[in-house]
Design a protein around this ligand. Sequence first.
Ligand code: FAD
Length: 320
Amino acid sequence: MSDGDVLAVAEHRRGELRDVSLELVTAGAALADTAGGDLHVAVVGGDVDAYASKLAVEGVDAVHTVTVGDEFNHDVSVAAVSTLVEDLAPTHLLLPHSVDGMDYAPALSEALDRPIVTDAVSVDVEDSALVVNREMYGSKVETVVTVDDGPFAVTVRPGEFALASGSSDADVVAHDFDVNLDALGSTVEGYEAVEAGDVDITEAEFLISIGRGIDEEENLELIEDLAEVTGGTISASRPIVDNGWLAKGRQVGQSGKTVTPNVYLAIGISGAVQHVAGIKNADMIIAINTDPNAPIFDIADYGIVGDLFNVVPALIEQFD
Ligand code: FAD
């Protein structure tokens, strides 16, 4: 590899390539462009050939596959990615700031003796130094980390970059990973989904999000009716989850999930910074709230000042 090359590590779960992989390609392609290098993408484990064909999108110069195991395994990821990094010697290494990425990235950094910058919302090269932006306190505070004596690794926050698309004639390079899995220290016995039947709100195109304005758990039935007639997916603000009315996986925001739907319908949600941190990349935000001064209206594209117990039944009637 040459100076300025970027290696982005893709992620998959249960046989599906996760969106963050193609977001890393977008981030990595721009970075490689500025740094004057190539973009290499790696995928470890699972049906690597199927993933490689999905990863050969515009901007990708090579896809590196490592066939080992089906499910994510911390030790395998650390060993496989560090072997790839040693072989390919990229200048920059991008990893997802996801549950899996956060699991193995620090250990990888330690194994490679590379400094790590986590939870990046942007990555750029200026005067040959890598400039990484991070956000805290629901985007109220931005920190800029400048590293001019790389190499180093960066974990990138999901939902911050557009999905890469198109196609490329990227080389697909299969790497042998000769490792004694028994000696790695851990084995994956199986996969147990949390709260079976629940959904991944980060993949939803239309989210109907409910907040404390719903007042009582039994009133959620109204929101379920709206979701049924519109085909929307239900998400929530934190108090709803804290009350145990919906699963934690449905929480949007700083301590929940960052979502990127086409439409985010916020019902009875005030728009606290910790909530808004999770929706800033929604294409369109529509808010229903009785309070015309609710902060959610500051970021909403469309708003209805009204009582949800009047507005939602009217919407149901409209879509039914
Ligand atoms: P409220 O702020 O109580 O707002 C309810 C809204 O409903 C009000 O605007 C009200 O006008 C409106 N309303 C009431 N009745 C009706 C009606 N009948 N019809 C229409 N509108 C009505 N919050 C998150 O959501 N996600 C997070 O990830 C998150 N992480 C946090 C992390 C930290 C460290 C901290 C300190 C807080 C976090 N919070 C998070 C909590 C956050 O600060 C807010 O408390 C929370 O978002 C408020 O939720 P809400 O908008 O549903 O409730």
